[in-house]
Design a protein around this ligand. Structure first.
Ligand code: AMP
Length: 163
């Protein structure tokens, strides 16, 4: 069975490169279309939905910053089409599932830190996306970067495999 339409979910941090590379390699290998999504979480959600101030300006800045990062990512991966890149507000699990259902996605690709113990109990987006997903989900194992690695510029990510 080969996939027809793959959706890669990116957090737009320096860690998303290996996830995009894996999704792209899979798409190339199966002839599937590749779409990409980033979800900007509304600030009110991060504060538990009960914020006594107007966050709209901050929220706009957050969205603009995400747009800028997404443009950089698209420039880095020329095979990705802007028409297939989605930037939306909401809760990652819900938005990714809805997008998958609405676009006939048959594989969602996410990054995973392989958390265990207390970190697992606290939850992760990859776990969240897996539960109730309308299609297959591939979790690409991400290496836990050292503090020195994290400090390096985005274009120089040790540990990410070049395809
Ligand atoms: P996390 O559990 O937050 O460390 O994220 C694990 C993976 O979930 C990332 O590598 C992405 O594939 C996906 N992810 C996390 N946050 C977002 C987001 N805001 N939008 C889209 N995908 C996300």
């Amino acid at each position: 069975m080969s996939y027809q339409h793959i959706l890669v979910a990116v957090d737009l941090t320096e860690e998303c490169d290996p996830v995009v590379k894996r999704a792209r390699a899979l798409a190339e290998g199966t002839g599937a279309r590749l779409s990409l999504v980033h979800i900007v979480e509304p600030m009110a959600m991060a504060f538990g939905g009960d914020v006594p101030m107007d966050l709209s300006q901050l929220q706009q800045q957050q969205f603009d910053q995400a747009k800028e990062r997404l443009e950089k990512l698209l420039a880095k991966f020329p095979g990705l089409s802007r028409d297939d890149a989605h930037l939306t507000y909401g809760q990652p699990r819900q938005e990714i599932h809805t997008l998958a259902k609405d676009n006939g996605i048959d594989l969602i690709v996410v990054g995973s830190h392989g958390r265990h113990g207390l970190k697992l109990l606290l939850g992760s987006t990859s776990n969240d996306v897996l539960h109730g997903a309308p299609c297959d989900v591939l979790a690409v194992r991400l290496k836990e970067a050292s503090a020195a690695e994290k400090a390096k510029p985005q274009d120089d990510i040790p540990g990410s495999t070049a395809f």
